[in-house]
Design a protein around this ligand. Structure first.
Ligand SMILES: [Zn+2]
Length: 288
């Protein structure tokens, strides 16, 4: 276990705790992960009308995205409502940072086998039983170029679409709200992915317009995701909600990107997100 990892784990949980104690932010439990960890969402702004959604931490080793979302929560000051879920995959992030330390006994043997009997889990992406949560959604499920059919650190689609408790809980939560737009934070590469092929023409057009706007503000590259299906952004786009997948962190950095790079990464985001949200609201209003 690296010193950086220890520090990052502590920082992540300290930051989440601070958010939970902040009376200006609504916090609620929307379920439990496979290992029984809390699935927590935060909300700021009005509940009336359409909402935004910002998520992070679906891929374990990309936990730098959790910190980006946490900082966005802290700074968010728009009146328009936004749901934030900084840590979609708490078991996976724990495995990445702590190895087997907090893994329930029933899963230790499985995880060791899936990790080729190495105790270094720093490159782990999946959840606590080897399913990649971001290829598990019901959106051309199992049709991805890199999809795998056996559990592992990454790309296993699960036994059926939306088989995982973390994803079931997430969809149960977000189906209750009408969403303007979703931003799914990942790492790395400074890229904005858009253009799920299953989305209808109108949604695809909106996503392209929003991606272009956000790319200009952040200086990130805009790319069409050709090989990815079954992701959260794919699922939401399929259901008429424009969604962008945002990969933070320069490609030269190696996984997992440590907390110490956060300020540099984050500096490109808050003002850009604010401007994007205002743009999306205006776009939505004018296209009514
Ligand atoms: Zn990812």
């Amino acid at each position: 276990m690296s010193v950086i990892g220890d520090c990052d784990y502590e920082m992540l949980h300290q930051n989440l705790q601070k958010l939970k104690e902040d009376k200006t932010i609504d916090c609620f439990l929307y379920g439990k992960s496979l290992y029984g960890n809390d699935l927590i969402a935060f909300h700021k702004g009005d509940y009336g009308g359409k909402q935004f959604l910002i998520t992070g931490g679906i891929h374990a080793r990309e936990y730098i995205s959790c910190f980006v979302v946490i900082k966005l929560i802290q700074e968010y000051d728009l009146s328009c409502g936004c749901f934030f879920i900084p840590l979609l995959n708490p078991d996976g992030v724990d495995i990445c940072l702590n190895g087997l330390k907090n893994v329930p006994n029933d899963y230790v043997e499985l995880l060791l086998r899936l990790n080729n009997y190495s105790t270094d889990f720093s490159m782990w992406k999946a959840n606590g039983r080897g399913v990649d949560l971001n290829v598990n959604f019901d959106a051309l499920w199992g049709k991805g170029k890199f999809n795998k059919w056996l559990p592992g650190s990454e790309n296993f689609v699960g036994e059926c679409p939306c088989s995982e408790v973390e994803n079931i809980a997430l969809l149960k939560l977000i189906k209750r709200f009408d969403l303007f737009l979703s931003l799914a934070y990942h790492s790395k590469g400074e890229v904005i992915y858009h253009g799920f092929s299953g989305a209808n023409k109108d949604v695809k057009h909106k996503i392209k317009v929003f991606a272009r706007f956000f790319a200009k503000l952040t200086g990130y590259k805009r790319l069409i995701s050709k090989n990815s299906v079954g992701g959260l952004s794919d699922y939401l786009s399929l259901h008429g909600i424009p969604s962008l997948t945002v990969e933070v962190g320069n490609d030269a950095l190696s996984h997992p990107i440590s907390y110490k790079f956060l300020n540099d990464i984050y500096s490109k985001h808050y003002q850009s997100v604010k401007k994007l949200f205002n743009f999306v609201r205006e776009y939505d209003r004018s296209s009514q």
